[in-house]
Every structure is written in C-alpha cells, then in structure tokens.
Design a binder for this molecule. Structure first.
Ligand code: SF4
Length: 325
C-alpha cells in the first residue's frame, strides 16, 4: 500500500479544498475504501476524512419527501420510521445489503459508490480489465461471466453495479446532491452510474473532488417492495434484485416504477414495462407480459442466460409485493 496523508475535514468547504485531484479520496464509513486500498484498486496520496462533518448524518423532511444526509448510517436510514412507512423499498434494500455490523458503519452516500464485484476487477493478480487498466481488455467477456450483465454492456466491460440501496433509489427517482469547488449538482439516482459505451473505465459520474452531501426522496411510495435473490440468505451480493413502487387508483395500476439490480452497470429501470403496467388490475395474468416487455433489449453473455427469466420473475414478485403493501 502506498503511503498517504490523512486529514480530517471540519466542514464541507474544508473537505472540498484541495480535493479535486484524482489521488485524493474521501473517507466516510470506510467499509469499501479500505478494500480498494488493500487490493490495489486505488492508491490515494491523500485521504480526507469526512466522517464527522456536522449535520450530514441527519434525515429531515423536505417538501413532500425526505432529505437524507450522506453520512447517515445505513441502519439509521432503514430504521427511521418515515423511511419504513413511506419508502419500504429503501428500508428493505438496505436491510438486505450487508451484515448489521457493516450497516452500522456504512453510509447512504457511500454505498452507491461501491465498485463492481467482478472477480477480475477484484483480482490480486494482473488481468485484462478496462476498469483496472484502461485499454487492457475485458477478461470477463469470454470468461467467468455468470454473475455479470444482461443489459447495457459492451465488449469493453460487462460488469454489474452491486449496491442494493442504489436500486431502490433509482426506482424512487431519488436525487443525489453533490458539492464541488466548481459547483454542486443534482444527479438523478438512475443516471448516477455510467455505462461502458461512454467509458469502460468509469464507474459513476462523480468528478474528482466531488462530494455527495445528501439524497432527496420525493413523494412517499408506501406501496413499494424490494426482492433480492442470492446464493445464500445472508451477507451475499445479489444474483439479481428488483425494486418496485406502484400507485393504484380505482382498482387499476395508475403508475409503476421498476428497477433491477445486478443485471447492468447501473440500476436498470424497466421503462417499457412501467408503461405497459398502467391500467392493469392487480392480480391480472397480464402483469407477467407487461413485465416481460421490459426485457426486449436484454442480451445474455456466454454463461448467464439464466438471469433473464430469473430477473423477470424477481421483478414480477417485487411488483406483486408492492401491490399487496
Ligand atoms: Fe474489468 Fe469490467 Fe471486464 Fe470485469 S467486466 S474484467 S470490471 S472490464
């Protein structure tokens, strides 16, 4: 591990000052950043500890919804009565994201920034990986790709984004708030992670030195649910997951939002399916066809065709649970 300097920021401007170089990283919960340093994914020269910035761990009412400070611990978000009642999809996604010990440390602003679990990306040995070494290729394209993408991939990268809360946030049309010395931004959660067609080496749209300060949730979505399918029921990343949020009026679906996890480089909204669901009756056999319409652009890799029916059925189950909520 390369030696680095450590500084503790006392305010947001203090954190941003001098942080706009690629070898400066922000440290919050540390549950992922320390993995990066151990494996060699990142070798920062300077760590800026933002863990004690005042006020950034608060969850406050904001318009019709909530503003969650980026430093709010995952468990504190999941156990907040307003989140449990009004955004159950987010509470459920967080509780399925990690062990209780990790949820007590990890933050809601840091979790979506975690990087892919692609085995080549996380390898201790040098392998072809455009995310580790831009231009080196993609060993997963014809290699061990059974857990990787069925949507949104290119030959440059077939990785999937692993955060469970990020899928719920994309489903809820949450907005990620950032600050930067050149000005902050409001980034739709569904567009926070990048696609490899733009740049296989990129993970998300953050610029060097850009700090997530909060996440805004809009109007409550009490009829919502999250389903995670994994190889064991504890402490495991998803094979696929699905978040659903629905509104029902006069016995018919008036609005539906569906997002899949672990199937693409970003949480994958099924926009065609969302449109097809409007006007259907909860319990209708047509729900399956409507969900299936969102898979027209799915493309399996050599070893993961199983993910297409699995993801379709997981999305349908999340939709049914949301309708029952
Ligand atoms: Fe690297 Fe992406 Fe290929 Fe994995 S899928 S080896 S992260 S380029």
């Amino acid at each position: 591990m390369r030696p680095f300097t450590y500084v503790r920021a006392e305010s947001v401007p203090d954190a941003l000052n001098g942080a706009h170089t690629a070898d400066t990283l922000f440290l919050a919960g540390g549950t992922e950043l320390l993995n990066w340093a151990r494996i060699g994914i990142e070798s920062p020269r300077r760590l800026v500890d933002i863990g004690r910035l005042p006020g950034l761990d608060e969850i406050v009412s904001h318009g019709d919804g909530l503003r969650i400070g980026a430093l709010a611990r995952l468990n504190d978000v999941a156990q907040d009565p307003r989140v449990e009642t009004s955004y159950p999809v987010l509470a459920q996604a967080i509780l399925k994201a990690a062990s209780a010990q990790l949820r007590n440390l990890a933050t809601i602003g840091g979790n979506p920034v975690q990087r892919t679990r692609c085995p080549y990306f996380r390898s201790h040995d040098p392998v072809a990986c455009n995310k580790r070494e831009p231009g080196s290729g993609c060993a997963a394209l014809h290699g061990a790709n059974e857990r990787l993408a069925i949507f949104g991939w290119t030959e440059g990268c077939v990785a999937v984004q692993p955060s469970d809360p990020a899928v719920a946030l994309a489903c809820l049309d949450a907005v990620i708030i950032t600050e930067h010395v050149e000005g902050g931004r409001r980034i739709p959660a569904a567009e926070f992670h990048t696609l490899p067609a733009d740049d296989p080496a990129a993970h998300n749209v953050l610029r060097p030195g850009e700090l997530i300060t909060g996440i805004e949730l809009g109007a409550p979505a009490p009829k919502s649910a999250y389903v995670k399918v994994r190889e064991r029921q504890s402490y495991e990343f998803a094979l696929v997951s699905a978040a659903a949020a629905v509104e029902v009026q006069d016995g018919l679906i008036a609005r539906a939002r569906l997002a899949l996890g672990s199937v693409a480089p970003r949480p994958w909204r099924l926009y065609e399916a969302e449109q097809a669901l409007v006007g259907l009756r909860p319990g209708s056999p047509d729900l399956l066809d409507a969900v299936t319409s969102g898979f027209a652009d799915s493309r399996p890799l050599s070893s993961n065709a199983y993910k297409i029916p699995l993801a379709r059925n997981t999305a349908l189950r999340a939709l049914e649970l949301a309708l029952e909520a």
